[in-house]
Design a protein around this ligand. Structure first.
Ligand SMILES: [Zn+2]
Length: 559
């Protein structure tokens, strides 16, 4: 739960993203079937495709003009100086991978994005994304409940963040953490995920329509906004009103995600029709990733001057690279590596507990682990639970051929992660996804005569229902993620650690956690108690204000 507020810098080679191929095989089959049925029943052709070659550039621009006219007028949109959207939103926490279980039926946890603005300064070609983010569920780290301000700027092809107190940070081409994707490409795509800003960009030749075809009742315009920045605008084929925008992004856990943002509830603002609702769905379990509710729009008002400061213009563009992987000796044949992975030596191989953070970090960890003992390589991986920070390096583990142990209930989501294709982006798993899974029910012992490691199902925990921890009985050593060490700020399941020890009748001398540093049993008890006291105080403070936080008062069944 811990690293997600840290910026990760990553530049993926996005050579593959030259075009969306929406005229896929399925569309062809649907089209053929439709024609076949039409011959039979003499109904009109419902679905057909027309290639760009059949449409002159003029007719495409005519269609764009017609669409713009439905929203108040092409000339009016072309002449816009700026546009400000004000509202609020919610994000599916961890892309839908942060719920109590990995089941598609688990209740979705949401993050709020309040005090939200999107500002398009068309005159200066600048886009600004502002909001304050806050978890709408119990979160153990302070930043999750701090309404932390996000102030992102895209000025032509430079992106930077306004950090407050006059400070700025240059942002890379592509960045991601388990909660968010960001970077110049992503900001450009969000800036065009609006019917008026996108039509404005087409009408002022800032982007190019490269393809038009019809699919069912939609006219699909493929739009090239930049090298490797492609999106598809869907117009209603009858009314020509913009219906949705679609684009894809790399993502550590899922390989690649396609977003479809649908616009609803058009209303006039100074004569321009703008949507009051934006719903962005993912092609992963059809989850709604982002719900944006509009309070209203302002048109051609005074906007802040956000031209890139000289210091940012000259700053180095951040690129994600793996940190130096340090090795800490935790016990006999047990090491904890930078990034939170614990390595356990067996007779003829190494086992990893967790590949947290990102694909790049995981690759570096696997490489380092393979140097720890001569002639022994990492061949196995225990995944503590499915949360997307804890599985951000999972695809790198599958690519390395690791056999995976986790709770039986996690097989489905892990298989989904392992098998998702990445047609448009470079990815660690390209053509190398042989997923090998060993389910753990309540207890599984791995023993080869030299080492015995027990895997136990976690109990008494309201953060993760389908989790496991590892225990090396010969050393009284526990390896865990998020049982007692999710974060240092608040302990919201303070009895989970001792309950698991009691339930399985085990004695722990030392803990090698995914997040915090290696601790002794008594150090962990102190760590939990301090966080428990802070959480109790926080709950009481809020109650005095007549505010009732989710997860408070903290659940302490044994007290
Ligand atoms: Zn965690």
């Amino acid at each position: 739960m811990k690293m997600i507020n840290q910026r990760r810098h990553e530049t993926l080679n996005m050579t593959g993203l030259t075009r969306f191929k929406l005229r896929n095989e399925l569309a062809k089959i649907v089209s053929c079937l439709t024609i076949f049925l039409c011959v039979l029943v003499c109904a009109p052709v419902a679905a057909q495709t027309k290639s760009t070659s059949e449409h002159s550039k003029n007719s495409i621009m005519q269609l764009v003009e017609t669409s713009a006219n439905t929203l108040g007028g092409a000339d009016k949109i072309r002449a816009l100086h700026n546009l400000t959207l004000q509202g609020y939103a919610q994000y599916a926490y961890m892309w839908g991978g942060g719920n109590i279980t990995a089941s598609p039926n688990a209740p979705q946890k949401w993050m709020a994005a309040n005090d939200l603005q999107r500002i398009w300064d068309f005159d200066n070609d600048i886009f600004q994304l502002k909001e304050r983010r806050n978890m709408l569920f119990p979160f153990a780290a302070l930043f999750g409940h701090a309404f932390f301000p996000v102030n992102q700027v895209l000025d032509h092809n430079i992106s930077y963040d306004k950090l407050g107190d006059g400070k700025f940070a240059r942002i890379g081409e592509f960045e991601q953490n388990p909660l968010f994707i960001d970077g110049t490409r992503v900001r450009k795509l969000w800036s065009l995920t609006n019917p008026v800003s996108l039509l404005h960009a087409i009408l002022t030749n800032k982007v190019t329509v490269t393809d038009l075809h019809k699919k069912n009742n939609l006219l699909l315009l493929t739009i090239q906004a930049d090298k490797d920045v492609t999106l598809v605008l869907a117009l209603d084929s009858t009314t020509k009103i913009p219906v949705s925008v679609q684009w894809s992004t790399p993502q550590n856990n899922l390989g690649e995600v396609r977003f479809t943002s649908t616009f609803t509830g058009y209303m006039p603002f100074d004569g321009i029709m703008l949507p009051m609702g934006y719903n962005t769905k993912m092609d992963f379990r059809d989850i709604v990733y982002f719900k944006m509710y509009v309070d209203g729009y302002r048109i051609n008002t005074a906007v802040e001057n956000l031209k890139t400061p000289e210091s940012i213009r000259n700053a180095e563009v951040p690129v994600e690279k793996a940190p130096v992987i340090e090795v800490e000796n935790v016990g006999k044949g047990v090491w904890r590596l930078t990034g939170g992975t614990t390595v356990v030596e067996f007779k003829d191989h190494l086992l990893l507990f967790e590949l947290y953070g990102s694909q790049i970090l995981a690759k570096a960890i696997i490489e380092k682990a393979n140097t720890l003992v001569p002639n022994k390589k990492a061949t196995e991986l225990i995944v503590s639970h499915h949360h997307f920070d804890h599985t951000a390096g999972f695809r790198a583990g599958v690519a390395a051929g690791l056999k995976v142990y986790s709770s039986r209930a996690n097989e489905g989501i892990l298989r989904e992660m392992a098998e998702r294709p990445t047609p448009h982006f470079a990815d660690v798993l390209r053509g190398n996804n042989k997923f090998k899974f060993v389910p753990v029910d309540q207890h599984l012992a791995l023993s080869d005569g030299s080492t015995t490691l027990d895997i136990y199902h976690v109990i008494s925990n309201n953060h993760m229902a389908d989790a496991v921890f590892a225990y090396i009985p010969a050393q009284h050593l526990m390896i865990e993620g998020d049982i007692g060490t999710a974060a240092s700020d608040w302990q919201l399941w303070p009895e989970s650690y001792t309950d698991n020890l009691k339930f399985y009748g085990i004695t722990v001398d030392k803990i090698s956690p995914v997040h915090e540093k290696v601790m002794t049993h008594s150090e962990l008890l102190q760590f939990i108690e301090a966080g428990r006291q802070r959480a109790i105080k926080r709950g009481m403070d809020y109650q005095k204000m007549n505010e009732y936080l989710p997860g408070y008062p903290i659940f302490e069944p044994n007290k």
